[in-house]
Design a protein around this ligand. Structure first.
Ligand SMILES: Cc1ncc(C[n+]2csc(CCOP(=O)(O)OP(=O)(O)O)c2C)c(N)n1
Ligand SMILES: [Mg+2]
Length: 580
């Protein structure tokens, strides 16, 4: 009898517990309901328990060493999956550390949600000096596409729905979601809580271009004598790979992939004009941009890169109407999502689309062959220490043999030369510094890409670039990810040869000579290799890719081999005064 009474009491208590939920659980339920299964972050007050509970509920919670790297992982997860990548941080300093990645996601049009815990509103707003006090919402707002704060547990469902829609619909971008500490502990009736959650239906609705816009674009394209198609990372994001490939091939036009659009069609495709970039930009008469912006990376669509002023017409396919005429007049704007727009254009081309004039194709092809032939012998040298070409020649062959590996790339010379030399064969297999040319994406991207795709990752890093996120090699080892990091170690930024003429401190661009980055990963149980020649590099990378074990290769590059700022040295301001 006594035993039965205890049992009944326990069952009642259980039933009572089941009828309640709280902010912690509603956030987890809101994420799960919307198919979000991974969180990248750094724990601490007030989100430590939330992270534990999320992990216990089956969400994958990847814990980083610095929020910026977690943020970059979330950003690239968004690019690779078309779902918002989630970064979770603590208040003020953790939030600020994640904010760079959020701004980066917005600039690059990647869907991402930065969720930060925040301190007590009453104290923060009166500026009474709370633990990690900061008005995070106000600070995030100008740096992202949308920013929201949820004050009541009953609003968690709507808060997440708004954040998800803002991140992925239209032109994707970063969203900030502020969750004050108090919210997590708020208790609500479980049934009401369940009903308050929102499953977002059709989060990124198709945006069908107007038929008249499609007809206008086709007219401009049909009249072209020297057409060029430029594919941007928006085209890669769209995952409309078949439609894009069919369109490019049907058009017969040369195409130029921006760096993260490489592989939409293989770089070795006969229409690829990557190795004849200056020729096609200068001499084309009609340029069709697909998910590419006329920003600094394309010299704003004007100036000597583009030949005679006003000598060409632009067709632009973009989901964002405000993008049109941003730098030069767009003769045929096609506003719509890339998949719908390219399909509509393809339909409008009909069965007998005329091939571009043969002399144009011949001019582009012969320039391309000439440039490829010029480069070939440099890629085969076996110098030790290596120069960029000798080392990249090896990686180029490895990328050809392992086309499903994802290439992460950052640095200056290491970036610019790798972009030109390493061919990409499949869509979304090259991820890099993006619109800002930012250093620091390396390890975050490598981790995000490995987690989201399950594919091997090859990260080709300048020694400076690597330093921005280098501590995450512990994270790579901890999660045992198939990441091979190759550090192009030329003892510094651009070159390792600068001398400070004034005094005893080292020059600002040089690092410790002969550093052995390979030893860093050994501290965490990874494999470190020092590679002084292309042959050694080849062996080490192949072994890493075969084993799938976390590996860091210190590739010894001649400190004198690089040039100032890689290929963009012209952007450095010059002093008009005589050098002292
Ligand atoms: C966040 C950030 N800080 C600084 C820079 C300036 N910057 C451009 S490239 C670069 C490093 C280049 O050196 P490295 O990665 O070693 O490549 P290398 O040219 O030596 O191959 C730096 C610091 C930047 N782009 N982003
Ligand atoms: Mg360097």
């Amino acid at each position: 009898m006594a035993e039965a009474a205890v049992k009944t009491a326990a069952a009642d208590a259980g039933a009572a517990e089941r009828e309640l939920t709280d902010g912690f659980h509603l956030v987890i339920d809101a994420l799960k309901l919307n198919g979000i299964t991974t969180i990248y972050g750094v724990p601490g007050i007030p989100i430590t328990d939330f992270g534990r509970m999320a992990q216990a509920s089956g969400i994958r919670v990847l814990s980083f060493r610095h929020e910026q790297n977690a943020g970059y992982a979330a950003a690239i997860a968004g690019f690779l999956t078309k779902k918002p990548g989630i970064c979770l941080t603590v208040s003020a300093p953790g939030f600020l550390n994640g904010l760079t990645a959020l701004a980066h996601a917005t600039t690059n049009c990647f869907p991402m949600i930065l969720i930060s815990g925040s301190s007590e509103r009453e104290i923060v707003d009166l500026q009474q000096g709370d633990y990690e006090e900061m008005d995070q919402l106000a600070i995030a707002k100008p740096l992202c596409k949308a920013a929201f704060r949820v004050l009541h547990a009953a609003d968690i469902g709507v808060g997440f729905a708004r954040a998800i829609r803002a991140a992925v619909s239209g032109r994707p971008g970063g969203v900030y979601l502020d969750l004050p500490a108090k919210l997590f502990g708020q208790v609500v009736d479980a049934d009401a809580g369940r009903k308050s959650l929102v499953k977002v239906v059709d989060p990124a609705p198709a945006q069908i271009p107007a038929p008249a816009a499609v007809r206008r674009a086709l007219e401009v394209l049909r009249a072209a004598k020297r057409p060029l198609i430029i594919l941007g990372k928006g085209a890669a994001y769209a995952q409309a790979d078949d439609a894009i490939k069919t369109f490019v091939e049907k058009s017969g036009a040369p195409f130029l992939p921006m760096s993260m659009a490489k592989g939409l069609l293989p770089d070795t495709h006969p229409q690829c004009a990557g190795a004849a970039r200056s020729t096609v930009l200068k001499d084309s008469d009609v340029v069709m941009l697909i998910g590419a912006r006329l920003n600094w990376l394309l010299s704003h669509g004007k100036g000597k890169t583009w030949g005679e002023p006003h000598s060409k017409k632009f067709v632009q396919v973009d989901i964002e109407p405000k993008e049109m005429d941003s730098n030069v007049e767009i003769a045929a704007p096609v506003v719509g999502d890339i998949g719908s727009a390219v399909s509509a254009i393809l339909d409008g081309m009909g069965g007998n689309w005329p091939a571009p004039p043969a002399d144009w194709i011949k001019a582009v092809t012969s320039k391309r062959e000439e440039n490829i032939a010029k480069m070939a012998p440099r890629l085969m040298n076996n110098n030790s220490p290596m120069d960029y070409h000798g080392a990249l020649g090896v990686l180029r062959n490895i990328a050809r043999e392992r086309p499903d590996a994802i290439l992460v790339n950052e640095g200056a010379n290491t970036l610019d030369l790798a972009r030109g030399i390493i061919d990409v064969y499949q869509p979304r297999k090259r991820i890099d510094v993006g619109t800002w040319g930012v250093m620091g994406i390396g390890m975050g991207y490598a981790i995000g890409a490995a987690i989201e795709t399950g594919k091997p990752v090859l990260a080709v890093e300048g020694d400076s670039a690597f330093g921005f996120s280098g501590m995450e090699i512990e994270t790579i080892c901890r999660y045992d990810l198939p990441v091979c990091v190759v550090i192009f170690n030329n003892d510094g930024i651009y070159r390792g040869t600068d001398v400070n003429k004034a005094g005893s401190d080292p020059a600002t661009t040089v690092f410790v000579k002969g550093a052995r980055y390979d030893r860093m990963i050994e501290a965490f149980g990874g494999i470190g290799v020092n590679a002084a020649s292309p042959d050694e590099l080849k062996r080490a990378v192949n072994a890493a890719m075969d084993s799938g074990k976390p590996t860091l290769i210190n590739a010894v590059i001649d400190p004198a081999a690089g040039s100032e700022s890689g290929r963009i040295g012209n952007l450095n301001p010059q002093s008009k005064l005589a050098k002292k």
